[in-house]
Design a protein around this ligand. Structure first.
Ligand code: ADP
Ligand code: UDP
Length: 252
């Protein structure tokens, strides 16, 4: 592989300098982490699957005019994206109670919420990504009021669309995490969806059996993590089993 300038290496991805100004190459690793990096493992093929899954979902979102950073997939593990100024907030959208919501508020596991809930967390590993309010975001200027309004409106639209999309594949979209960034054009700034949408940052349950098809299989030691990610990729139609096997043989 040609040597390229590494801009950043995170827990699940690497960002390289892109071929044109204001672009980056996003490389998807097989590394899996949970509980803020305390639990780590390699899931062979995860990066490939997330690259394809995120490509498909970002493309569908672009089709309904949700602006996002995805430009094109370059190869099995890499995609070209627009470089953004990331807003340091994780936006979590929830449709069904589970995870930290259940622990924090004592809500019954699996309760279908009467309306989706949006929560905000500060992107700060040292502080364990603490939950924050809209007041914090505005007061500490992590985003401007109009930016936050846009983030909330886009997040509800994304949730409505993805809920229906996954439902048609017999998958329940339980909750998920989004990130946004700013794109500057002269003096104008727009809010753009960033990062990835994949079983790493969505909770996906089989509609009939409630089988978990996401990173909770890793977090909770449920086994067959790779099989669950493949199942999502197959249902989305991004990669057939035989294509995946071929890819993995040449990739590993
Ligand atoms: P982490 O940083 O939490 O360990 P990753 O390993 O997924 O997470 O790293 C990807 C990093 O790239 C994240 O910090 C994310 O905010 C950042 N990022 C995602 N999309 C873009 C983009 N379009 N422009 C700049 N940075 C981005
Ligand atoms: N999530 C994520 N990254 C994080 C924290 C959460 O992608 O750093 C996702 C997670 O996969 C789930 C949703 O956000 O789909 C809500 O997570 P929750 O707060 O319940 O997190 P937990 O503490 O259970 O991981």
């Amino acid at each position: 592989m040609k040597s390229r300038k590494k801009i950043y290496e995170g827990k699940a991805k690497i960002l390289y300098k892109g071929p044109e100004p204001n672009t980056l190459i996003q490389y998807f690793k097989d590394d899996a982490t949970a509980f803020n990096n305390k639990k780590k493992a390699q899931i062979p093929g995860k990066g490939v699957l997330n690259n394809f899954i995120s490509e498909l979902l970002m493309t569908r979102l672009k089709d309904i005019n949700i602006p996002n950073h995805f430009v094109k997939r370059i190869n099995m593990r890499e995609q070209l994206i627009r470089k953004l100024e990331i807003i340091p907030i994780e936006i979590v959208v929830r449709n069904i109670a589970t995870g930290s919501l259940v622990k924090r508020l004592g809500i019954k596991e699996g309760k279908v919420l009467s309306r989706p809930i949006i929560e905000f967390y500060l992107k700060n590993d040292k502080l364990d990504d603490p939950i924050i309010s809209e007041e914090h975001i505005i007061a500490f200027e992590w985003a401007l009021p109009n930016e936050l309004e846009e983030i909330i409106s886009l997040s509800y639209r994304i949730n409505d669309f993805l809920t229906g999309y996954f439902f048609s594949l017999n998958i329940r979209l339980v909750d998920f995490k989004l990130e946004y960034g700013r794109l500057w054009k002269n003096d104008e700034v727009s809010i753009i969806l960033a990062d990835e949408i994949s079983p790493d940052n969505c909770r996906l349950w089989d509609l009939k059996t409630n089988k978990k098809l996401d990173k909770d299989r890793f977090r909770q030691d449920l086994g067959e993590v790779d099989k669950a990610y493949k199942e999502v990729a197959y249902r989305l139609g991004v990669l057939s089993e035989s294509e995946f096997k071929k890819v993995i043989k040449s990739d590993l």
